[in-house]
Design a protein around this ligand. Structure first.
Ligand code: BGC
Length: 296
């Protein structure tokens, strides 16, 4: 086969959707794809869907695929490419995604946490480009994060630093998909809104706009818990920026703005004064662009 160019693929594996991008090594996006994760159909089905997304991107142009980067929703042994657990992907424990995909596609595969990928993308080409210390938080099916200190990603001792969704807000609170109780994710994510309203986040947002009281209350509560989370991050890290991304950041006016108004009530004056809470510049593309950038 005659190949026209060398390309890389970045995949953002989410609890709800798999988003992928085909780019040149210099970051020019040629094609993107989005398919449902169908997490409840089990691990093998999700892996098949990842392969399907990669195939679609690969076959879309006559390209020589050089490498694949994957952002996955949970703690990762990133040097080995193992997804240790993924709270919103049932059955995912110690999945060697690197090995599985290298066998299927015969190119190098790099795996990192989805929020770490997004934080790196925001640091390189997004809202964090000029910041020295910033925090990235993604609010989606789950809640995750990335910590940038001195322009570098802080990973912690085993690579799982920045799991903001699993900070305890209310020990008596609802069960989190990780098995614990009252985590930020169980109170303020898409999963939390669904538990309360029976609707996914987009549906609940729409219902709230149509005057549905339960949906309105669910968004209000989520914003309240996010405010507590943002205050905790402000107090702990004293960052210059908190960048908010993920699917639910699309409800900026109805979810993030109220949280921004409230967070000062729970944070110390000095760090609260200096922090700016801003929207991710790369919006929901951050994860897949950061995943592609893992290959560079
Ligand atoms: C996971 C994080 C992930 C987040 C968003 C959480 O449940 O623990 O690692 O970043 O969901 O996908």
């Amino acid at each position: 086969m005659l190949y026209s160019a060398i390309m890389i693929i970045g995949i953002d594996l989410g609890g709800t959707k798999i988003a992928g991008v085909l780019t040149t090594p210099s970051g020019k996006v040629l094609m993107d794809v989005q398919i449902p994760t169908e997490a409840n159909k089990g691990k093998k089905h999700v892996i098949d869907n990842i392969k399907k997304a990669i195939h679609t991107l690969k076959e879309s142009k006559k390209v020589k695929l050089k490498a694949i980067g994957i952002g996955a929703p949970g703690p990762i042994l990133y040097e080995k490419g193992i997804v240790v657990e993924a709270p919103n992907l049932p059955g995912w424990h110690n999945v060697n995604l690197k090995r599985i995909l290298e066998k299927a596609f015969r190119v190098p595969v790099f795996v990192d946490n989805d929020a770490n990928c997004a934080a790196l993308a925001e640091a390189w080409f997004g809202a964090g480009k000029f910041a020295k210390h910033f925090i990235y938080i993604t609010v989606s099916t789950g809640i995750g994060g990335g910590i940038i200190i001195d322009k570098k990603l802080y990973r912690g001792i085993t690579g799982s630093a920045g799991e903001f969704g699993h900070m305890t807000i209310d020990p008596q609170g609802p069960r989190c998909n990780c098995g614990s109780n009252g985590h930020l994710e169980a109170l303020a994510s898409g999963t939390a809104i669904k538990r309360v309203t029976g609707l996914d986040a987009i549906g609940a947002h729409l219902a709230a706009h149509q005057g549905d009281k339960a949906a309105r209350a669910a968004l209000k509560d989520a914003a309240h818990y996010l405010a507590i989370g943002l205050a905790n991050l402000t107090n702990i890290f004293n960052p210059e920026l908190i960048i908010v991304g993920g699917g639910l950041s699309n409800m900026w006016q109805d979810l993030i703005v109220p949280a921004k108004k409230e967070f000062r009530r729970y944070s110390l004056t000095l760090p609260a004064k200096s922090v700016r809470i801003v929207r991710a510049k790369l919006k929901s593309n951050a994860g897949m662009l950061g995943a592609a950038a893992l290959c560079l």
